[in-house]
Design a binder for this molecule. Structure first.
Ligand code: PLP
Length: 288
């Protein structure tokens, strides 16, 4: 059985219990991360830790950057205890504002945050990577602090479920006529050879994969512009791809049932995908 970390202890997942008064449970009052692990190494830990510490600071949960840094050691122990030093895995990390009687106001100072970390074996989808995915377009109904990785994921849950019910994997979200991102991924649109993605703002999550992809793509000679794309441009794009910790770089080959370009993963997407996977696997991905 999996060993997880809960509030200072490493316990079998079955014995991990949280209070019904935990504010994560009643308010979605918490911050989370998902990190990727390949051959026992956490990918881009510093970037994830920085984003988590920033998010916790933005919502004023009392868990500072050195507390977040210490979760790096928790991840290492979880990988050991769960036999995840080979192959691939993910680790889910969550910090809530802790347990207190249900009042919207913050709980009394000194209320300990609720801290949880759990690893899982992970197998990336070869099909998604090679053949690509179907997407749908939906209005972006989320709040206006999408830059904070809050555990309150109603917009993503409804978006992903709508995608599934339409036979698709991801929902591409439109706010004010512009593509912002996917329900749980960042999105890139290739127009005239340039890979465009929504600029960092309060309307998207600053994805770690997005950040690595932009650097890797530029190193590979792909022109990347952090510029919004309209819904019309999206639907007339040469290529579209989505990126995320568990999605890697996935070509989008149909949108609302219509082919993107010729309906196959395009050349710019392939170059970016190669460049990203080389960073993720340290150049050893050709064999996968
Ligand atoms: C809304 C949203 N955008 C983008 C991403 C991708 O971020 P990352 O690359 O850090 O996994 C996620 C990941 O969960 C997400 O929820």
């Amino acid at each position: 059985m999996a060993t997880v970390y809960l509030n200072g202890e490493f316990v079998p997942a079955e014995r991990a219990r949280v209070s019904v008064n935990d504010r994560g449970y009643v308010f979605g009052d918490g911050i989370y991360e998902v990190v990727r692990v390949t051959e026992g190494r956490v990918f881009a830990w510093d970037e994830h830790a920085r984003r988590m510490a920033r998010g916790l600071g933005e919502v004023r949960i009392d868990f500072n950057a050195s507390d977040v840094a210490a979760l790096g050691g928790v991840c290492e122990r979880l990988l050991d205890d769960n036999g995840l030093r080979t192959g691939e895995a993910t680790i889910y990390l969550q910090v809530t504002r802790g347990a207190a009687p249900r009042l919207h106001y913050f709980p009394p100072a000194g209320t300990p945050p609720g801290v949880y970390a759990a690893p899982s074996r992970f197998t990336p989808s070869r099909e998604m990577r090679e053949r690509g995915i179907a997407a749908i377009v939906l209005p972006d109904i989320r709040w206006s602090r999408c830059d904070i990785k809050t555990i309150n994921l109603m917009g993503a849950v409804l978006g992903r479920q709508a995608a599934r019910e339409a036979g698709a994997y991801e929902a591409l979200l439109i706010r004010d006529g512009m593509l912002t991102e996917g329900a749980a991924t960042n999105a890139f649109v290739v127009l005239g050879g340039v890979a465009r993605t929504y600029p960092l703002s309060n309307y998207i999550l600053p994805g770690i994969t997005r950040q690595v992809v932009i650097a890797a793509a530029r190193d590979a000679g792909v022109h990347v512009a952090e510029e919004p794309v309209t819904q019309q441009q999206l639907l007339a794009a040469d290529e579209v791809f989505i990126v995320g910790t568990t999605t890697d770089v996935a070509p989008v080959v149909t949108i609302d049932g219509r082919a993107v370009g010729d309906g196959k993963p395009g050349p710019v997407t392939r170059r970016v995908q190669e460049a990203f996977l080389a960073r993720l696997y340290g150049g050893a991905h050709a064999a996968r």
